[in-house]
Design a protein around this ligand. Structure first.
Ligand code: SAH
Ligand code: SF4
Length: 379
């Protein structure tokens, strides 16, 4: 593992876009094409040691090593599930941590990436939403998560055929990506760049709880697939489950979905729907769901609720989930039931939460016991 740039005092190059890399090299008196070569070594070849960048002259390699680092976030823990799902707890320069998960699927698989440490939203069914401390991840930290996964599977240089084991990226980890739009956008542009990591926008899905004002921009500027954490068909239920609905209610969210740039039958919006017993899982809910999304090229992803300690909800019965899925299917929609992955290592949807926060939570419990009010941030 490379020492962090904070420890070495050298500037980190991972996370810089093309223009920024050019500026850094210009400051050393180097021409723009050198930045292009460096880009290739960092993002296409995955090289972390300047000495191996053999298309660059030795004096330049030495100069670069003096000023810069090509590192990765530190892996503070790695866990492997019995089903092959792999989870990394990553520690960043300031000691904060976030999780990234690799989910294998036959011959390919997706890396599930976090966009924030914790989340300012407080969806009632989500473990991440109980974290106290929240900060945005930088572009470097977001790209770094993917690079750690590539390192682990030895998939450098970047496969140009669309991927081997790691073929897809889902922004479905900790945090709300559209609350950290600038850094997420910078990171995705790096991840999609054809001369670098080169993951196609068609293989990237961004999931949002429904930050309506950012949805159009996300489609126009990034063109990635959109997933919406819907989870309810009425404002009444959704307000209760997801406080963000009070700010951006269903009608506004549906309008933003209808207007998502690039939407077509070949590029549908995925509606994620977590199955909560007795809350949102009746046949009437399924029928109301079909009416709600009418006219939007859509598919569904039914997520059996993943429990975590202290949560108030239960997962719907298997038969109820199946019936719900059948109603959507009969109406002409793809509505697979997502197989829970990595539950044994708390890597499944909504179970992510970093250790630093568990320490804080126990501190919170002490505060509550001492009668000091809850300091949970509310969006
Ligand atoms: N913050 C973004 C990205 C997280 S994606 C968002 O909410 O869309 C993770 C998905 O898992 C979301 O659809 C989320 O609603 C869902 N989820 C959260 N907690 C869950 C739980 N306990 N069980 C199953 N799915 C959950
Ligand atoms: Fe945040 Fe998404 Fe969890 Fe809601 S479901 S608390 S938006 S991470």
């Amino acid at each position: 593992m490379t020492a962090s740039s904070e420890q070495t005092g050298r500037k980190a190059l991972v996370g810089l876009g093309r223009a920024e890399l050019e500026r850094e090299l210009a400051a050393l008196g180097e021409k723009p094409f050198r930045a292009r070569q460096l880009w290739h070594w960092i993002y296409n070849q995955g090289v972390t040691d300047f000495a191996r960048m053999t298309t660059l002259a030795k004096p330049l390699r030495e100069k670069l090593a003096e000023h810069f680092d090509v590192g990765r976030p530190a892996v503070s823990r790695e866990q492997l599930s019995t089903d092959g799902t792999r989870k990394w707890l990553l520690r960043f320069d300031d000691g904060n941590e976030a999780e990234a998960v690799y989910i294998p699927e036959d011959e390919r698989g997706a890396v599930c990436i976090s966009s924030q440490v914790g989340c300012t939203l407080t969806c009632r069914f989500c473990h991440t939403g109980t974290q106290l401390l929240v900060r945005n991840l930088t572009a470097a930290e977001i790209v770094g998560q993917f690079m750690v996964a590539r390192d682990a599977y030895g998939e450098w240089p970047s496969p140009m055929d669309g991927g081997r084991l790691i073929s897809n990226i889902v922004l479905m980890g900790m945090g709300e990506p559209l609350f950290n739009y600038d850094n997420v956008a910078a990171a995705l542009k790096i991840l999609m760049d054809n001369e670098g990591i080169a993951v196609s926008k068609r293989r990237i899905t961004l999931s949002t709880s429904g930050v309506v004002p950012m949805i159009e921009r996300c489609g126009r500027e990034l063109g990635v697939n959109l997933a919406i954490s819907l989870h309810a068909v009425t404002d009444e239920v959704r307000d209760r489950l997801m406080p963000i609905n009070k700010k951006f209610p269903l009608a506004e969210l549906m309008r933003a979905c209808r207007e998502y740039p690039g939407l077509s039958n070949a590029r549908r919006i995925t509606f994620e729907y977590v199955m909560l017993k007795g809350i949102n899982d009746s046949p009437a809910d399924a029928r109301a769901l079909i009416r709600l999304i009418k006219g939007i090229p859509a598919k569904f992803n039914l997520i059996p609720f993943n429990p975590w300690p202290g949560v108030e909800f239960e997962c719907s019965a298997q038969a109820d989930i199946k019936r719900f899925s059948d109603i959507l299917f009969d109406a002409g929609y793809s509505a697979p039931i997502r197989q829970p992955r990595g539950r044994d290592i708390l890597a499944a949807c909504g179970q992510l939460k970093s250790d630093s926060e568990r320490v804080r939570c126990s501190r919170l419990k002490d505060r509550l016991a001492a009668g000091i009010p809850d300091e949970h941030p509310v969006a």
